[in-house]
Design a protein around this ligand. Structure first.
Ligand code: ZN
Length: 366
């Protein structure tokens, strides 16, 4: 190499270095370094019978590495502040205490869930709040038998409470408090997924208001109580904060009813349980699903707990894509089954086995 070519070569290297240091970094394709990760399990617990079964399954969940258990109780606890809102077979406090003790023994973080705002009915059954206090319904007197078309043209799904009715929060925060206390919890999951009835044209308080502002109000009211007043963490389902059009997720796993701008109107310390269940999304135009919402939430400053359902292939894809996001704000993975457990079922769930294998490996756990 002559002096001239060496100088040229060095200059070329300097230019390349300068260029590469300014260029955007390519997306990470390798998992972040091993670190403790959450392996969560979300389960419905809608009766005292279901709670007894859950108690029997906790050791099995622990053996699979579950270190976060989200128990969705909703109205099915023996509430003292509002006994009129108890479900048909409410769980006694003594039973919850056995769950608390077992989770503590096995090193599992236990978090209760109360479905808030939406999901105030299922099929033809309306849940206690809107039965006892029909004036709190966002669409009172409408959708007889919980049937009909909602304003977005889809079949009526679930009732919502009115986020602006002044009587809602005092009642609901009483229930939140009882759950936090009996579960001895350091966090509460408030649900808030799949809210389709919001800003109803016949609600005297909400009609005409942007649905994002109404949704943010519901989140901020819950946060004021759970985080600011009680000093606990708050978790929620994340779908209403994602643009269903831009991400290609559609109207179930993301929002097409205008709520998603609420993502910029709420505190960043809420843990987003970002659920996705499909192998592909037509609007994404890719053969395999991509899950852009993980980065969207992390880039906004939130912590994310990606959440999957029963399709093992999707569970693996979702976890692999999550682990490729180099951020400590990607917390791990949450499995859900959307029903109660049956005796012996926890040991057999293929999706939990798959998630357990990947999360343990990525955590450096055996
Ligand atoms: Zn309203």
């Amino acid at each position: 190499m002559t002096k001239r070519t060496r100088v040229f070569g060095l200059s070329l290297m300097a230019v390349i270095w300068l260029f590469s240091s300014c260029a955007p970094r390519p997306a990470a394709t390798v998992p972040a370094a091993k670190r403790p990760l959450v392996l969560g399990f979300h389960v419905l617990c809608e009766s005292s019978k279901a709670a007894e079964v859950l108690i029997g399954e906790i050791p099995s969940l622990a053996r699979q590495g579950v270190n976060l258990l989200i128990v969705e109780v909703d109205y099915n606890f023996e509430y003292v502040s509002h006994p009129e809102l108890r479900g048909e077979d409410p769980i006694p406090a003594a039973t919850i205490k056995r769950i608390v003790g077992l989770c503590r023994t096995h090193g599992i973080r236990l978090v209760p869930e109360f479905q808030s705002l939406g999901h105030q009915s299922w099929d033809e059954k309306t849940f206690p709040l809107l039965i006892k206090y029909p004036q709190l319904d966002e669409s009172p007197g409408k959708y007889s038998g919980n049937k009909g078309k909602d304003p977005w043209g889809t079949d009526f799904y679930c009732r919502s409470w009115c986020p602006l009715h002044p009587d809602v929060q005092p009642i609901i925060t009483d229930l939140y408090d009882e759950l936090i206390d009996v579960f001895e919890a350091d966090a509460l999951h408030v649900g808030m997924d799949e809210v389709f009835i919001i800003g109803d044209a016949d609600c005297p308080r909400c009609a005409g208001k942007p649905t994002a502002e109404l949704f943010a109000r519901a989140i901020n009211d819950a946060h004021d109580h759970i985080v600011k007043k009680r000093g606990k963490e708050m978790m929620m389902w994340a779908d209403r904060l994602i643009d269903g059009e831009a991400t290609g997720y559609g109207l179930w796993e993301a929002s097409k009813n205008g709520t998603h701008p609420a993502i910029d109107m709420i505190p960043k310390d809420i843990i987003m349980c970002d659920w996705h269940y499909e192998r592909s999304y037509e609007k994404q135009g890719t053969k395999k699903a991509t899950f852009p919402s993980i980065r969207i939430f992390i880039d906004k400053g939130f912590r994310v707990l990606p959440t999957s359902f029963r399709d093992v292939k999707v569970v693996k894809m979702f976890i692999d894509q999550s682990l490729a996001v180099p951020s400590d704000r990607m917390l791990g993975h949450l499995c859900t089954i959307w029903h109660g457990l049956e005796p012996g079922q926890a040991a057999r769930l293929p999706q939990l086995k798959a998630a357990s294998k990947k999360i343990r490996k990525a955590s450096g756990r055996s």
